[in-house]
Design a protein around this ligand. Structure first.
Ligand code: IPE
Ligand code: IPE
Ligand code: MG
Length: 254
């Protein structure tokens, strides 16, 4: 009972995660439940993105990363890929104004070169336009896979060594970090996945080494800021020990 009593039910704004990453999953199943095409689910997902982004900024979250399209998603039917890319272009165009109004900066991680030209152009325009916004950074993971990102980092490090700008003995976590596409973004304290799937699907493998994982059965198109709120409250009721003992942590916080 005493443990239950100590459980907080509302957000402590002084202990917010700085960075939340979300694997937005379940669009297809949401559409199927309504006997609609998968694309309908992706359109529904845009509404969830809008509310979550706005909610996160209002709560005071500094970085929000959304996994929107994985390297592996290129293996989906062409019709679905085309619809997703089209949706992406339209959403970016339509929402840049909202990002400006909410002082939100847009960034992207992933193999952006592999996106259709129009998509890449619109994305870069929105990134440039919002570059000076300060309230929150919204990071879109597009054509992203963590293994791809890690291999890219290894190539950069190998090149530095080859050009004798770096000694092998000097390679450390900090240098490796600086070669990742997330080099200017802190690691997420909280990773959320929707739709009841309990896996990482090649997302931020290095960066989530010590993240708290939160899984919810809510399908992405149904996800709203209230669900984000629930995830943060759940996160704030956990003890992050980083290898230490509970007693050590309690002493540090006393
Ligand atoms: C997530 O929803 C969106 C993307 C991966 C682009 P899904 O499309 O994976 O939906 P389910 O998992 O089939 O329900
Ligand atoms: C992960 O979702 C990728 C994104 C959310 C963009 P998937 O639905 O593609 O993941 P798997 O393949 O089922 O693991
Ligand atoms: Mg899925």
């Amino acid at each position: 009972m005493s443990v239950l009593k100590n459980l907080k039910t509302s957000i402590n704004t002084e202990r917010l995660p700085r960075h939340i990453a979300i694997i937005m999953d379940g669009n297809g199943r949401w559409a199927k439940q309504q006997s609609k095409l998968r694309v309908f689910g992706h359109q529904g997902g845009v509404e969830a993105v809008r509310d979550t982004v706005e909610g996160a900024a209002e709560m005071g979250i500094k970085y929000l990363t959304l996994y929107a399209f994985s390297t592996e998603n290129w293996n989906r039917p062409k019709l679905e890929i085309d619809a997703l890319m089209e949706l992406l272009v339209n959403t970016i165009n339509k929402e840049t104004r909202t990002l400006m109004d909410n002082d939100i900066r847009l960034q992207a991680i992933g193999n952006i070169e592999s996106l259709p030209k129009k998509c890449k152009r619109n994305l870069e325009e929105a990134i440039n336009k919002t570059a000076n916004n300060k309230r929150m950074t919204l990071v879109l993971a597009l054509s992203y896979s963590s293994k791809w990102e890690i291999i890219e980092a290894v190539k950069k490090i190998a090149e530095k060594v080859e050009k004798q700008k770096l000694q092998i003995r000097d390679i450390n976590e900090e240098i490796f970090n600086s070669c990742l596409s997330t080099h200017n973004i802190p690691n997420p304290e909280l990773l959320i996945r929707t739709s009841g799937e309990h896996r990482i699907s090649n997302f931020l493998l290095w960066q989530i080494a010590y993240s708290e994982l939160y899984f919810t059965d809510v399908l992405w198109p149904d996800f709203r800021r209230e669900h984000l709120n629930d995830a943060i409250v759940n996160y704030q009721n956990r003890e992050r020990r980083f290898g230490k003992t509970s007693e050590q942590i309690e002493k540090e916080n006393a």
